[in-house]
Design a binder for this molecule. Structure first.
Ligand SMILES: Cc1cc2nc3c(=O)[nH]c(=O)nc-3n(C[C@H](O)[C@H](O)[C@H](O)COP(=O)(O)OP(=O)(O)OC[C@H]3O[C@@H](n4cnc5c(N)ncnc54)[C@H](O)[C@@H]3O)c2cc1C
Length: 425
């Protein structure tokens, strides 16, 4: 392992900076639905077996798992580190609607970044859902993964006219979508709205089982997983990347990838990126639900929005009521109030009475101005990558991140990399 010069990193400086590098915050309040799932365990090493690796991945959620999967070629020495138990960060709180639809509709994104780039981002997102489907099939993962259609309902933010325009834009981009008018929506879904978009290329899963299964598969190909262990500082020099750990050790690697979710690397905190608060609930298994929910996930073009889906065991999982606050999700009073509102809104939308939820939880959540994530090399830290800014389709973005970063490390590059880069060309 190359020596670390005094001005690059010392143990004392590393420990002094421990609270700064990826600010720790609670990643969920109350007990998310997936916390009780079987098959979440991953075989852990108590400490790194070496001091030097080819790649060190910080974070063992769905992003770190997919990154490890993409990088594990049986030859690279890859280490994954997490200060929590694997898959016990935001991944445990996710409602896991795996969508190609980006939070900002294509016609709106076109106004923001131009037609060509907006279309590329949307098409890339659609390809990532197909890739995720393939990974789950190839690894034969038991994680409740099901392909679904999406029903995007007209709401206060996007009405019928906007949805018609959106369908035209998607078709021009080569992404199939159908506009449903009021009568068709009422007849097929018994929902009263001025319109909706019905599209393919979505899925749902148990996100924690999915991430744990992908991690286990990567480990079977030689990836090492250490937890709990915190990275408290990072320096990058011509000799490599140096990471200080909470155990007072220095690890080195050719590359480091921060897959640290909403505890993002402070070095890339961005004014176009914010942490907000969100809430979700799940009803008990076997809840009486409209039959079409077996094949369809739902979200609405409203602010705040509501989204919902059925789990494989027949729960209704509903979320939304986001607030522009970094810490509102911590309030117990708010949790109760938001759960009531979400349940009432879901009942009104579906025209049914729902049983008392058996899981209610709150969490921080990332938003960016364009709805696009930030993925790529960290400016001023050579060979350090970060992936962040994951909103409503964060899981899809985790796959895009794994593809972009692994291509870069392999020296191939990726034609879409600049769309998501920290520093745009
Ligand atoms: C309520 C809710 C609903 C959501 N719904 C959806 C949805 O329907 N569809 C969808 O696609 N996405 C959804 N998302 C977003 C999606 O869940 C996230 O994008 C995804 O979970 C992020 O995964 P991650 O691996 O990047 O982060 P995490 O799962 O949080 O993993 C990051 C890990 O990094 C570790 N870490 C951080 N800093 C350090 C450090 N210095 N040293 C060591 N370890 C560190 C943390 O301990 C953590 O375990 C939702 C999110 C929430 C909160």
């Amino acid at each position: 392992m190359p020596a670390i010069a005094g001005d690059h990193l010392t143990r004392s400086s590393a420990i002094a900076q421990s609270q700064d590098i990826t600010r720790q915050r609670p990643l969920h309040e109350s007990r998310p639905l997936w916390a009780d799932s079987p098959r979440l365990s991953v075989r852990l090493h108590p400490k790194p077996s070496q001091r030097d690796y080819d790649v060190i991945i910080v974070g063992a959620g769905i992003s770190g798992a997919l990154m490890a999967h993409a990088l594990a070629d049986g030859k690279r020495r890859v280490l994954v580190i997490d200060r929590r138990k694997p898959v016990h960060g935001s991944t445990l709180a996710s409602t896991a609607m795996i969508q190609h639809e980006i939070d900002i509709p294509l016609h709106k994104l076109t106004e923001m970044i131009g037609e060509a780039d907006a279309q590329r981002a949307w098409r890339r997102s659609a390809r990532a859902v197909e890739q995720l489907t393939q990974i789950v099939a190839d690894l034969d993962l038991s994680c409740g993964f099901e392909r679904k259609k999406t029903l995007f309902l007209a709401g206060g933010a996007y009405g019928q006219r906007a949805l018609r325009k959106e369908v035209e834009n998607r078709k021009t981009a080569g992404i199939e979508a159908d506009f449903l008018d009021t009568a068709t929506l009422a007849e097929r879904f018994a929902i009263e709205r001025t319109g909706a978009i019905l599209s393919d290329i979505s899925a749902s899963a148990n996100p924690a089982q999915m991430a744990a299964g992908i991690l286990r598969a990567a480990m079977a190909r030689g990836v090492e997983m250490v937890s709990p262990l915190e990275i408290t500082d990072v320096r990058a020099t011509a000799d490599g990347v140096f990471l200080a750990t909470s155990e007072g050790e220095i690890l080195s690697s050719a590359y480091a990838v921060f897959c640290s979710g909403y505890e993002f690397l402070e070095a890339v905190a961005d004014r176009n990126h914010a942490i907000v608060s969100t809430w979700a609930l799940a009803t008990p298994p076997g809840t009486r639900l409209p039959g079409w929910l077996k094949d369809c996930i739902v979200w609405e073009g409203a602010d705040p929005y509501l989204y919902l889906r059925r789990s494989r065991d027949g729960r209704l999982i509903v979320g939304g009521e986001d607030e522009d606050s970094e810490d509102a999700y911590g309030s117990r009073t708010k949790l109760k109030r938001k759960a009531k509102i979400i349940r009432r809104k879901a009942e009104a939308l579906l025209g049914i009475t729902l049983p008392e939820p058996d899981h209610v939880w709150a969490a921080p959540f990332g938003v960016t101005r364009t709805g696009l994530p930030l993925i790529g090399r960290v400016p001023s830290l050579p060979n350090v990558f970060a992936v962040m800014g994951f909103g409503g389709n964060g899981i899809t973005f985790s796959q895009i991140a794994a593809e972009i970063v692994s291509s870069d490390i392999a020296g191939h590059g990726d034609g879409d990399a600049e769309l998501f880069a920290f520093e745009k060309p």
